[in-house]
Design a protein around this ligand. Structure first.
Ligand code: DPP
Ligand code: ZN
Length: 867
């Protein structure tokens, strides 16, 4: 497979000024007529101009109104090449495509009775011949034709400028997008959709029509999406001074979508998971997902659409920045501390392992063979952390000056990460030259901290060292600037004054491999609170004894670090449990103290309390080990859960009873539900030693719940309980919710993630369940994706999980390569396991490599995983 390199970038030979499409929508055979105005960009004659095209049946090609002679073009599986094109010409092509047969969900496809498009990254070439690259910006006019009966709604980007009827009960609509855009932002939709409408009045007083298109029966489930959209629009005005620019903003929901959502200009297409939410069907987490993805896609209108990408290597320019923006939006809408903990948890769960394995790549990659494989946690989440560090270094106002200049300079252009960094520098007269290494260097830096207090000098000296491990293709790493937000806490738990300005918190910048700082005038010994708010995406290694950790867990006023200290205490116990294979007889004192203090803090935000009481996941524990000890980790964690459950049994029962309350949607109620469900989980874990059956509480909650958060929490505890027989509940749940695909996805996923010996057998049955559908990515992810995240059963020592999984990925690759390649990535982590499991995972990769018609997507993942 051809490798595309960033250094080989060449500007396009031609520009396309106008695009007019005429699309006759039929599920089996759709015809697309395209009229493209080409203008040569340079003065030199061009011998061949290649237009991208894939899976297109060419029906006719005209140049300036005349059929193009056969010796003036070539067409093959990659597109249409025009030979010796004029400096300026009109190209008219007609192609046939097959939306119903398109199971890749890229390009134009027909699913659930609707015509939909997905053009990012390179889907537009599956609709018509084109310069399908993000630096080719053009004005689009689109005319859709379809049956009035099956497709009463016809949508595309921009404004609807005309519509009418035609023969055979068909109709048409013409849409015009006044903003030149790259083809990846093109969209059209046709189907039988209901719409929820609202209006947003912008800062400058313009009214924008807001429209959310869903299936008629989902109309009642759009409120969260609409409210979130309006909040996001207001927030972008207030925080970034950015107003929406069209008269209409449309969102369409579909069950068949490869990604979370897509920011097509004026016409977002969403996975229904991030649009639909009602208390009966969506959990609190689902509601938050809707809020953040709606905001994310909206924010792309400026960071991605108005200012777009020069090439796909710049993907993080829009994604890292937009994730940072949506994280900050969610922090402003909810609790900032809890939001940050969740963001870091996700970063550590997905990005750190990626950055430490064979798929590691820089935030700005250097090469790819299939760009769809680079929509990664590194490009998104680490990219967002880099933007966050720039924000930390420049301060809120400085960062805003930087974005103002970025928009002023680059509005309407296709630019690079370098352009963004330069705007930040120029607006602040700040040198980010070393900072750029963060974009080019893969791997998670490790920062080692050592500090000592000198009573004679009344000073504290802090030494930081950094080291980035080698990653594929990058053996030598240079130091990167690491902003470390810090404070020093005295024995009373107060923050000490750090310098002459009286600051009690500051950001120090570790730029060298090793640096020291001395803080003077400290009358008492201090304990450092470093990397507050997780100010840099690094692994911090700090030698603090249990006493100091436990102290910080009790007094640190930085929510992230307070949480981190508790996690570290728990992690220490867990790792000891893994090593000793022995049951923890009693809770270690420091952990007991930290948990006990949190349990007593009834005034504290319940969501934050729940975070403090959550144990690190099995994956996170595994990440800290040289060789991931699958079974011992599971055993140690279960044992600690049992111990904590039993030790605080009365407290858990108290919380469970006290936190009961009628369903509300505000933040405090969400936090209470979260804490109460955590209490229920610990209560069930307390059974083991108390010989009481706490699953009765769960059964009762399952039956009586008036909302999905509580019902699902109980359902999950019962279904995943290793000893409980939950057949009746599984059946009941399915019968109740069978008409709600998003709920049934949960039903599938919870079974696939159960840490039970019979899980693989269950999963095999789920694949032949009537509700399973290979063509719906949400459903496939609910079974195969969930199973691959099952820490014990996917990694069963006999290799059965791997073989089964590889066989399914083979099958999926013929249907939807993009999703197959994405799902296959857990196999890349084989080096982290013991020899037997390594062999099993490599066998699975080999099984995939041997497949006939291996997609480019999957081939690249396998090749990089197992070079
Ligand atoms: N739809 C994806 C996102 O918004 C790709 N742009 O992140
Ligand atoms: Zn995005």
């Amino acid at each position: 497979n051809a490798v595309i390199r960033r250094e080989d970038y060449q500007p396009p030979l031609y520009r396309i000024t106008d695009v007019a499409l005429n699309v006759h929508l039929d599920p089996e055979n759709t015809e697309v007529e395209a009229r493209l105005h080409f203008q040569r960009l340079g003065s030199e004659p061009v011998s061949a101009l290649h237009l991208d095209g894939e899976s297109l049946e060419l029906l006719s090609v005209l140049r300036d109104g005349q059929p193009l002679a056969e010796n003036l073009f070539r067409s093959d599986a990659t597109g249409l090449t025009l030979l010796n094109p004029e400096p300026e010409f009109l190209l008219e092509t007609r192609v046939r495509i097959h939306p119903a047969a398109n199971s890749t969900l890229s390009g134009l496809y027909f699913a659930g009775g609707q015509f939909l498009t997905q053009c990012e990254a390179e889907g537009f070439r599956r609709i018509t011949y084109y310069l399908d690259r993000p630096d080719c910006l053009a004005k689009f006019t689109v005319t859709l034709h379809a049956s009035r009966k099956t497709c009463p709604v016809l949508l595309a980007n921009g404004n609807c400028i005309a519509q009418g009827d035609e023969d055979n009960n068909w109709h048409w609509a013409r849409w015009e997008d006044p903003y030149p855009k790259p083809a990846y932002l093109f969209a059209m939709v046709a189907g039988d959709l209901a719409v929820q409408r609202d209006v947003f009045v912008t800062q400058s007083g313009r009214s924008v029509a807001l429209e959310i298109y869903v299936a008629a029966r989902d109309l009642g489930a759009c409120d969260q999406a609409m409210v979130s959209l309006k909040r996001a629009m207001r927030w972008d005005e207030e925080v970034y001074g950015r107003e929406y620019d069209l008269d209409r903003y449309m969102i369409v929901a579909t069950d068949s979508f490869n990604m979370g959502a897509m920011e097509n200009k004026g016409l977002n297409i969403f996975n229904s998971k991030y649009v639909l939410a009602s208390p009966e069907t969506a959990t609190d987490t689902d509601y938050q997902g809707v809020e953040s993805v709606i905001a994310h896609e909206y924010f792309h209108n400026w960071t991605g659409n108005r200012v777009t990408l020069r090439d796909w290597f710049q993907l993080s320019l829009k994604e890292g920045l937009t994730v940072f923006r949506d994280q900050e939006f969610s922090a402003d809408m909810n609790s900032r501390g809890v939001q940050r903990i969740g963001d870091v948890r996700r970063l550590r769960a997905a990005q750190f392992p990626e950055d430490a394995g064979p798929l590691a790549h820089p935030v700005r990659p250097d090469a790819y063979s299939e760009i769809n494989n680079f929509y990664t946690a590194t490009v998104y989440e680490k990219g967002a952390e880099l933007v966050r560090m720039i924000h930390t270094l420049l301060g809120k106002e400085g960062f805003r000056r930087g974005t103002d200049l970025y928009f002023e300079r680059h509005d309407g252009h296709a630019v690079t990460i370098e352009d963004f960094v330069e705007a930040m520098e120029d607006a602040n007269h700040y040198d980010l030259s070393r900072f750029r290494r963060w974009y080019s260097q893969a791997g998670t830096p490790q920062v080692k901290a050592e500090g000592s207090y000198d009573p004679a000098r009344r000073s504290y000296t802090l030494t930081l060292q950094q080291f980035t491990p080698a990653t594929p293709g990058q053996s030598n790493k240079e130091p990167v600037p690491v902003p470390v937000r810090m404070a020093l806490l005295n024995t009373q738990g107060e923050k000490a004054v750090l310098d002459k300005t009286g600051a009690t918190e500051k950001v120090i910048l570790l730029e060298q491999a090793r640096q020291s700082w001395t803080f003077e005038d400290l009358p008492d010994p201090v304990i450092p609170s470093l990397l507050r708010g997780f100010s840099a995406p690094v692994r911090l290694d700090i030698a603090l004894d249990e006493q100091a950790r436990s102290f910080l867990a009790g007094v640190d006023d930085d929510p992230f670090n307070r949480w981190e200290s508790t996690q570290e205490l728990a992690l220490k116990s867990l790792l000891a449990g893994v090593k000793n294979h022995q049951e923890l007889e009693a809770l270690p004192a420091a952990l007991e103290q930290a948990l006990s203090a949190t349990l007593k803090q009834s005034q504290m935000d319940p969501a934050f309390r729940a975070e403090l009481l959550t144990l690190p996941s099995e994956d996170y524990i595994g990440e800290q080990m040289q060789v991931i000890a699958v079974d011992a980790i599971h055993q140690a964690r279960e044992t600690l859960l049992d111990t904590i459950g039993a030790h605080f049994h009365d407290e858990w029962l108290g919380l469970y009873q006290d936190l009961a309350g009628a369903y509300e949607r505000d933040g405090a109620s969400i936090g209470r539900r979260r804490l109460r469900n955590m209490a229920l989980s610990y209560l069930i874990h307390s059974d083991h030693s108390r010989h009481e059956d706490m699953t009765l509480h769960a059964r009762q909650q399952y039956v009586q719940a008036d909302n999905m958060t509580d019902r699902l929490a109980a359902f999950q505890l019962l279904v995943q309980h290793p000893k409980h027989d939950a057949e009746d509940i599984l059946l009941d749940f399915y019968q109740k919710w069978q008409d709600y695909p998003l709920v049934i996805d949960k039903w599938f996923a919870i079974q696939a993630m159960a840490p039970r010996p019979d899980t693989l057998r269950h999963v095999q049955h789920l694949l032949v369940h009537p509700a399973f559908d290979w063509r719906v990515p949400n459903r496939v992810r609910a079974v195969l994706g969930a199973f691959s995240m099952n820490p014990t059963m996917f990694h069963a020592a006999d290799g059965s999980g791997y073989v089964f999984f590889a066989e399914q990925i083979r099958r999926l690759d013929d249907i939807n390569p993009q999703t197959a390649a994405r799902l296959a990535t857990p196999l890349s982590r084989w080096q982290r396991y013991d020899k037997v499991r390594q062999q099993g995972m490599m066998n699975a990769l080999q099984l995939l490599a041997a497949k006939t018609n291996l997609s480019r997507d999957l081939a690249e993942v396998i090749q990089r995983s197992y070079p």
